[in-house]
Design a protein around this ligand. Structure first.
Ligand code: PLP
Length: 475
């Protein structure tokens, strides 16, 4: 039977992509051009492109046309949402987490284990120069301690940028912190006492699980969709069964799944917070790292009662070494300010001043545009390489922002064994074991794509693939 015209055209284009005629990231002919060239109707081209987009070959970018998304292989399946019955558990994250974190600063080999931004963009030089000039000018040394709420100029810049996330927050409603980790810790300390239950995503960033453990809290892992984030239905059920004290979620380009919570889920979440009279800690550290379009709105944007404590930092957009973060704690402002004061009195002024100066310059937004596009291409390259080298049964997340991809392998793969085998070869990944206290993700691992690709890092991915295939054969 003769194939439909749009199917023929789609096959022709996917063959051309497979043969390398169009490379990943390259723009395809416009609908009009293709219709003229192939002597088919506009509707046929539109249907062919829509079909290719659905199959993961190409992507539409608003006002720019269609671009190649995948190379020679078919689109990858997303990881499966964990089929778990949420139950509160004591967290016990072992030494492995610390070791993985240390591996991030390894100067040799290929390190995919930490969600650290590329620090070779021109903005790094600007940050250094600003540091030196601010220190020379003695700008922040005219008084003793910085105020407990933090440097005014920085809070002003944060309040301006928050508008992009749909958040209207006054300068006096923000508190600066030592990175996002400190913001999250202050929030947990202010809202909970040992033994309380915190609802988290599953899989969950291990830094959060470790914090929950160290505060003597219990976590309840809520099934999380690789596209839409924490399941609101599952959260609702958990709230009906357990006295959950606070919900903690990375709502934009989460770590590790890269998912983004849709706006209607955010609204439903706010309703649940109101119904159960609880708070939410929103970790929005990746919110400005969208690959395309506008950054997602924060849950905080829908919060009219001040129940959401919005936390973020410059660690992923500027440099984690600045240790500059913030929190908009809503109605918990006084508790958070007190926590900050008793824990550290105040922050060093210089890094806050540097972050404020850099944010105030146009170069920062230019940098973000450049970084987003670079990360988009690098993430795609990682997925392409994985398709080339990893076992064909693999599943992978398809992040639309952020810094990491989550890989799921067949159950017979032990990713902690894989981690040790890779480490012997000076290659670092983050094993799935770290991202849960339920033992659910032993066959998964997370890889960061932030650094530019080199022959060495491409070979490292091939090596991981080789190890995986040997493990598959042995089991
Ligand atoms: C989701 C998430 N939250 C918080 C942090 C810690 O951020 P900071 O370095 O700003 O303390 C990280 C770091 O990787 C992270 O991925």
């Amino acid at each position: 039977m003769q194939k439909l015209l749009y199917v023929q055209l789609g096959d022709q284009i996917s063959d051309q992509i497979r043969e390398g005629l169009y490379k990943v990231g390259e723009r395809l002919p416009s609908v009009r051009e293709l219709s003229k060239r192939e002597q088919v109707s506009i509707a046929t081209v539109n249907t062919a492109y829509a079909n290719l987009e659905q199959r993961g070959w190409i992507e539409a970018r608003p006002k720019s046309g269609y671009f190649v998304r995948r190379s020679s292989l078919d689109a990858v399946d997303l990881p499966e949402t964990a089929n778990l019955k949420p139950k509160p558990r004591h967290v016990s994250i072992n030494e492995l987490a610390m070791e993985v974190q240390r591996g991030a600063s390894s100067k040799t080999g290929a390190s995919f284990c930490a969600a650290v931004p590329d620090l070779n963009f021109p903005i790094s030089k600007i940050i250094q120069r600003t540091y030196v000039s601010q220190a020379r000018a003695g700008v922040t040394f005219d008084q003793g301690y910085d105020s407990p709420e933090g440097l005014y100029e920085l809070r002003k810049q944060i309040a301006k940028r928050a508008l992009e996330a749909g958040i209207r927050v006054g300068v006096d409603e923000l508190i600066t912190t030592s990175g996002a980790q400190n913001a999250l810790a202050l929030a947990l300390r202010a809202l909970t006492k040992p033994g309380d239950i915190v609802a988290v995503e599953s899989p969950c960033y291990f830094g959060l699980l470790q914090m929950i453990e160290s505060f003597g809290l219990k976590s309840i892992e809520i099934p999380t969709d690789p596209k839409d984030g924490m399941s609101i239905d599952a959260l609702k059920l958990a709230l009906q069964q357990w006295p959950i004290k606070v919900v903690l979620s990375i709502t934009a380009y989460s770590n590790p799944l890269g998912c983004v919570m849709p706006n209607d889920h955010k609204q439903a979440l706010i309703q649940l917070l109101q119904q159960y009279d609880i708070a939410m800690i929103e970790d929005d550290i990746y919110g400005e790292l969208q690959f395309e379009g506008h950054r997602p709105k924060a849950v905080k944007a829908f919060d009219e009662e001040g129940r959401v404590l919005w936390c973020s930092s410059v660690s992923k957009t500027m440099d984690p070494k600045l240790r500059v973060g913030w929190i908009a704690p809503g109605k918990y402002y006084a508790e958070i300010l007190h926590q900050k004061y008793v824990n550290s009195i105040a922050l060093p002024s210089l890094p806050q001043s540097v972050a404020a100066q850099v944010m105030a310059q146009g170069q920062f937004d230019r940098h973000l545009r450049q970084a987003r596009e670079a990360y988009r291409q690098r993430s795609q390259h990682l997925i392409d390489l994985a398709q080339m080298h990893f076992p064909s049964e693999m599943r992978a997340s398809s992040p639309q922002g952020g810094l990491v991809v989550w890989f799921e392998m067949p159950k017979k793969i032990d990713a902690t064994d894989l981690y040790y085998q890779c480490r012997e070869r000076d290659v670092r990944i983050a094993p799935g074991e770290l991202f849960s206290v339920t033992g659910l993700y032993q066959n998964c691992f997370r890889m960061s794509f932030a650094k530019p690709w080199t022959l060495e890092s491409e070979q490292a991915v091939a090596m991981i693939g080789q190890q995986l295939k040997e493990m598959m054969m042995k089991s």
